[in-house]
Ligand binder design. Sequence first.
Ligand SMILES: [Zn+2]
Ligand SMILES: [Zn+2]
Length: 201
Amino acid sequence: MFDTHELGRRPGALQRISRSVQAPKEGLGVEGVIGVPEGAPVEIELRLESVMEGVLVTGTARASAEGECVRCLEPLRQEVEADFQEMFSYPDTDDRGRKAATGDDAEDDEDMTPLEDGMFDLEPVLRDAVVLALPMQPVCREDCAGLCAECGANLNDDPDHHHDAVDIRWAALQGLAGSLGTDEKDNMSGAEPGVDEKQEK
Ligand SMILES: [Zn+2]
Ligand SMILES: [Zn+2]
């Protein structure tokens, strides 16, 4: 919670606040994808501006998010910087001007959050801003090669990794040969020398 008492209610008054807070319960972000873990430091810079209806809060939050690369599934860490702006209204002015003026109630609710005894809760604002600032498809690096679709090997570790189409066909043939019995298998190996060698590679 942040206090606006020091700011006062004189329109035009400004106050700047820098504060380090801890990421709230359940963290900030998209669960299972990427987010700032609970308790991790979040550096917040706020600019509070007193206006007629309340306090306009503009700010930036910086934190370190943790997640998993969508391509190679390796853990990753990424700095996130989120900008936000929120209007916190004085409860007594809430019903007068603004609400009647704007037709869209949903939008109105989002734009005007009432102050409680001159205090405001930044958490919902912070949560929305950080989620928006985070990538939906985080990657450990732009050119992450991901995993092999066939065997799941990490292609970043092994750029030359590939499976020959021949190998797949041969594997299928081998399975077939196995079901036909050992005689057939011997014949096939004899017919195509060198294939076994290739397989082992
Ligand atoms: Zn990756
Ligand atoms: Zn593979």
